[in-house]
Ligand binder design. Sequence first.
Ligand code: SF4
Length: 456
Amino acid sequence: MRFDPMLGGGSGDGKLLKAIWDELNEKPATYLDVPLFRTYMERMTQLQITEKLAILADAAKYDASCASSGTVKRSSSKTGGIGSTEGMGICHAYAPDGRCISLLKILLTNSCIFDCHYCINRKSSNVRRAKFTAKEVVDLALNFYKRNYIEGLFLSSGIIKSSNYTMEQMVEVARSLREDHDFRGYIHLKTIPDADPELLEAAGRHADRLSINVELPTRAGLAALAPEKSQDRIEGAMGGLKTSILDGKDAKKKYRSAPNFAPAGQSTQMIVGADAATDSDIVRRANGLYDQFGLRRVYYSAFSPIPDASAVLPMQRPPLMREHRLYQSDWLMRFYGFAPQEVVDAAEPNGMLPLDIDPKLAWALKHRAQFPVDVNSAPKAMLWRVPGLGTKAVQSILRARRWRRLRLEDVGRLTVSITKIRPFLIADGWSPGGLTDMEHLRAMVAPKVEQLELFA
Ligand code: SF4
């Protein structure tokens, strides 16, 4: 058997191929008996994995479920500098115990039989495709984990062959990590709503968190931009997960040995700016999802124009600040006691949250009759509503005022901007007088334009 070096390898492999050629011609053998040939094959396989990793980690960056957002694009790839705000591959997420952890964030494959208009991986998209086997993902996760690069895995996928087939592969990754390798790190699986409930059950037994994307805020938006998806099927699957998560928690309370089911709960993601939904629509929808399915998080992802975009999509991405304002409104509902209607009240008449000021400040400016509040006597719920006072600052105020009366300077030490707080607060030695009702108050307290550009 003769070995032909022309059969494979790029120019960088020339020396290795020549050595294999010499060895084979000296001692004819089967290819696999030649150690150098084995080395070559290993290197080729490794190259393929690296290439796949580049494609599938890049394709996963569009999923916002564990990405940081709200800053300008910067990359050092062409300047020789260090760092990038658009990096992919490893992302950060918060574990249930509050720790910030690094996750390997990849797709199993970026091939897909669906054709969602907003998605770069859709069937009709002209992108390079790649697919990992379940074993390759397991090996990658273990290798990165052992080198201390990551503390867990975030795995999503396009749909190949069928929803069940794809889900089986994803479950196999989680199963193998847990059962074959006793992997104790964090696993977040993006689940496919059309897959059989048994597969979603199996996913929940191995993963810490499951998520199903609702994709778009309205039924009409989903029908227009993801015609193969169905809101009813998505919500049916989320309802099933909610039941299993609650059952899992109950069982755990009764029997410590009961198996876990997605102990970090479920989350979802909505694309912002790809359809006509307003911020008010999005806030109401998010609130409904929290109530109905007990979600841990709703993530918002500003739609970004993709290569070969479908004609039904807007030409421009929405301002990133819009995504940021939606996260702030989400925060108001979850941690500051705001009802969804109050957040919607902060929106402009066109249903959009103002971009120049945060939604708490917008609400306060519209409800000035409720201010100023006395920092030395106001209840916690009212202090939470003061623009510029975060939950930690309020906690410190409540603790400090048990021992002494607070002055404006004391509060100033707990916040970023005393200018924002002054019109809404009474403290020892300070009363805003007519400041609260001043006509130009908004212009006075709005952040300067240069600061806005950090996020625009
Ligand atoms: S199913 Fe998912 S991966 Fe496939 S086109 Fe739709 S959004 Fe993209």
